[in-house]
Design a binder for this molecule. Structure first.
Ligand code: F6R
Length: 361
């Protein structure tokens, strides 16, 4: 069942190039965006994305895409807050519910709240027969295949892919994407499975870093732009399976409080592709190093060449076109969590106190 892997989580991390390829073949066949006609973003005033946990972080990344690629105002919320806040919703809006299981109680309640209030409800789910899929107007399967490990891995990257394709359709519908720009984005997405294979080959290097990370009491993750939600996801993955306290921060927030935590015992994992925000993130990283924080810089060749001085370690990923970097950078974050948990000897597939499907609130 684990196909030769020690844990489902390891198998599911390794499957990502293949399952992402399956999702790409489904949603971007030839030169077409394969989404239902009823998902027409042309006249929308707003998109609302609601989910829990890792699925919420997928929504948080997608907010950057819908805003930047489609110029579409986008609200995100965790389902447990959204459902009781009972927010006003513009009639000309879609509400999107992202859930691996499709059975998360809070997300389902949020969907039920939205049904009569928005033009269209959309489910982005792994389990196509689930309650959230059945009760939504449109259900989009993420095609990740069964996910057994409690820590979500391949579902996260497949959720991101489906949300990215939705953002491209929104960009086309709203006249924000020229055919050439669309073609460039599609091409970039199609490259991801190959780039993911390169990321997976970092596993031995990550295994060595994990020996040291497993000694830490607290670990910080920093990112800017769409790497900020990925910092949150990296911290969640690490804490849930290794039980090491971890927090993700927007790099620019560091000086507003968390920098007080930094000393030589605190590893700080910086997720920073060489993009337009790179220099800003590097200056935050230097503030960490000035206080003897142990920086692990995850970047590409250009980023590492220009900014690795003074860092504890680096991990080099291939270059990836700017908006879609989170889909690739998710993999080292997952591998860091996995190998750190292995070094600590925790139960990776069945972490304490957690359930795969949270059907009670
Ligand atoms: C973290 C994790 C959880 C789930 C959350 C939502 O690795 O797996 O945070 O993402 O419980 O679950 P679904 O996606 O089934 O609604």
């Amino acid at each position: 069942e684990k196909a030769g892997y020690k844990h489902f989580m390891a198998k599911e991390i390794a499957e990502q190039p293949v399952v992402l390829g399956d999702a790409l073949a489904h949603y971007l066949p030839e030169d077409r965006i394969n989404l239902p006609e009823t998902l027409d973003f042309t006249d929308l005033d707003r998109l609302t994305l609601v989910a829990c946990g890792t699925a919420f972080y997928a929504c948080s990344v997608a907010k950057y895409w819908f805003e930047q690629i489609a110029g579409l105002p986008c609200e995100i919320d965790v389902a447990s807050e959204f459902r009781y806040r009972e927010p006003p919703l513009p009639a000309k809006s879609f509400a999107v519910f992202v859930s691996q299981s499709g059975e998360t109680a809070d997300t389902l309640a949020a969907l039920r709240y939205c049904r009569e209030r928005v033009e269209r409800t959309v489910a982005v789910v792994n389990v196509a027969t689930s309650s959230i899929a059945r009760e939504s107007d449109v259900a989009l399967p993420i095609l990740a295949g069964v996910e057994v490990g409690v820590a979500s891995t391949k579902a996260f990257t497949c959720q991101l892919l489906v949300l990215a394709v939705m953002a491209l359709k929104a960009g086309v519908d709203r006249g924000r994407l020229t055919p050439d720009a669309l073609a460039a984005h599609v091409e970039a997405l199609r490259h991801l499975p190959g780039l993911m294979n390169a990321a997976l080959s970092l596993a031995p290097q990550i295994g060595k870093l994990a020996e040291q990370l497993s000694q830490a009491q607290d670990i910080l993750f920093l990112g800017r732009g769409s790497m900020y939600p990925l910092a949150l996801e990296g911290a969640l993955k690490l804490k849930e399976i290794s039980y090491i306290h971890a927090e993700g921060y927007a790099a620019g927030e560091l000086k507003h409080g968390p920098i007080a935590l930094i000393d030589r015992t605190v590893p700080v994992i910086v997720l920073a592709p060489h993009d337009r925000l790179f220099d800003k993130t590097v200056s935050n990283m230097q503030e960490v190093m000035a206080r003897h924080g142990k920086v692990l810089l995850i970047s590409d060749a250009r980023g590492i060449a220009s900014a690795s001085e003074g860092s504890w370690a680096t991990l080099k990923l291939p270059e990836v076109p700017e908006p879609f970097a989170p889909i690739l950078y998710a993999l080292p974050a997952q591998l860091l969590a996995y190998h750190t948990a292995i070094a600590k000897g925790t139960d990776v597939d069945q972490p304490r106190n957690l359930a795969k499907s949270v059907t009670v609130e």
